[in-house]
Design a protein around this ligand. Sequence first.
Ligand code: PHE
Length: 465
Amino acid sequence: MAAEERATFGRYGFILAAVGSAIGLGNIWKFPYITYENGGGSFVLVYLAAILLIGFPLLMAEIAIGRRMRKSAVGAYAGIGEKASIGGRKWGLLGGFGVMTGALLLSYYAIIAGWTVFYLGKTIAWSTGGFDVPEGGLGSYFGGFLAQGPTQLLFQGVFMVFTTALVALGVTKGIERFTKAVMPVLGVVLLLLAINSVRAPGFGEAMGFLFHIGPITSNALLEAVGHAFFTLSLGMAAMVTYGSYVGRDQSIPKAGLMIALFDTVIALLACVVMFSIIFGVPEIARAESFGRSATILFTALPEMFYDLPLGSLLAPIFYALVGLAALTSTISLLEVVVSYFVDQKSWPRKKAAMIVGGGVFLLGIPSAMSLGASEFWTNFPVVGSRATGAFSVVDYFVSNWFLPIGGLATAILAGWFIKAEVLKDELELGHGTFKWFKAWQFALRVIAPVAIIWILIQVVGGKAF
Ligand code: PHE
């Protein structure tokens, strides 16, 4: 077939694009607040272990499958299935599951991403017109913003338009070029903010919290492992898809290591910045000042900026960067779905991006309306004790079920069913002898499945989430 040649990332393009996918709201918004809710140090330790023992090996497996087959989700899993001892091309269904999960995840992720755009506008207004804490505090201000349906839809829509445009531009001209420009700046600004936190009154207590090792609940264990998938973009074929654009001269183990490392460092820096602010406020006043901990990025942070030298400059830059970090993640999510239509259904890329982007926007409407705007969607069926409202329900299924299940299936496929030589070959291509192959295989064969199955049993047992 005289198919158009498949795009290939440039030398550092892949690492930056994958780092861009990994680093996003998961690191800057979600990780600090779940760490806060789960008591700090011990949670961080479990999370680090999960990244090292489960996330990192699985990340390499996903990239290897993608590069081997040079196809997006469905084609890659179906093709690698032919090299598996059971299932054959039926493994393509796992790719299909990833495509569906990607669409669902993007449908609500874009809403949170939209908040960063709103706060970019807001901080520009504050920086130029003077900062004044809105009546009732930033917490209730944020709550009011969430409850405005049309505003939510507007910003979600704006974010989907950006995402669609970049994916429509293509892998190298859109995704690669854009992430290369954004990621280094984000790293530097976050580092500067973290250095600045040292002066904050809450810094000492923040560090104590971050490194305090205490008892840990089973709930926290589960959440830490689940977040390892989310933050490394695993379990839904995003890294398989990006892997399909990686050149044969690149080392997958090295790339995987860099991605996991950068992702972790940024998550920890975000905690340092955020906690230095929250712990500057006496405990009893915290909830009142910041509202729920899930919202600290939008409620605690603005105030800090306006206490800092150059804060008026930093505040908008920061929200712009968080928005851009979210954008490098949303494009990877959309790419999983779009590349399916491009590779499997031969749709032109632009058409696929527009139709899928529009579809995902529609899919997200119930979630956008479920933060107080529509009573029906806000009270949408309760799942367990944790998820009420369309937004939470979708997030519950995606984060706690779909990503772990997708990850589990991939770990089993790669660890047990694909001929070991095939993957060994792929991991050594562009790398040289991969000394850790046995350890890597053990992680996929035993550690990941045991940990994930254990999580799922706890979830079914109603213990968690
Ligand atoms: N890793 C991204 C984050 O931490 C979210 C994401 C998940 C992106 C799955 C792509 C695929 O924000």
